[in-house]
Design a protein around this ligand. Structure first.
Ligand code: ZN
Length: 111
């Protein structure tokens, strides 16, 4: 999926505005809580991508709760990881490229 988007962009079928649509809020979170990755942005090739984790679940904000790490879930939301889904998004703070990398259930091992 990610590769095909990048390929389409390189072929000129997708404009930068189509692929670099991170919301200002996501960019802000990426700057504050993002973990630097080793990967260069596939679009602007000028910035390193950062990874941001969002927790979704009952009682959490509908847009997801941004987390620096999983321990923060308890501190910020006063709850553990049961019934929580975490989304890892890669973001380029330079050109606003963003892509959902993976989804996992951190509480799956607690049961
Ligand atoms: Zn970029």
């Amino acid at each position: 999926m990610r590769e095909s988007i990048v390929k389409e962009y390189r072929r000129g079928r997708l404009g930068r505005l189509d692929v670099c649509d991170a919301q200002p809020e996501l960019l802000r979170v990426a700057k504050n809580l993002g973990r630097e990755s080793e990967t260069e942005c596939p679009i602007c090739e000028a910035e390193q991508l950062v990874h941001v984790t969002f927790a979704f679940g009952p009682g959490l904000p509908s847009g997801g709760l941004p987390l620096a790490d999983l321990r923060e879930l308890e501190r910020k939301a006063g709850r553990g990881t049961t019934d929580v889904a975490c989304y890892i998004v890669e973001v380029c703070t330079g050109c606003a490229w963003n892509h959902l990398l993976s989804v996992f259930a951190p509480g799956a091992n607690d049961r």
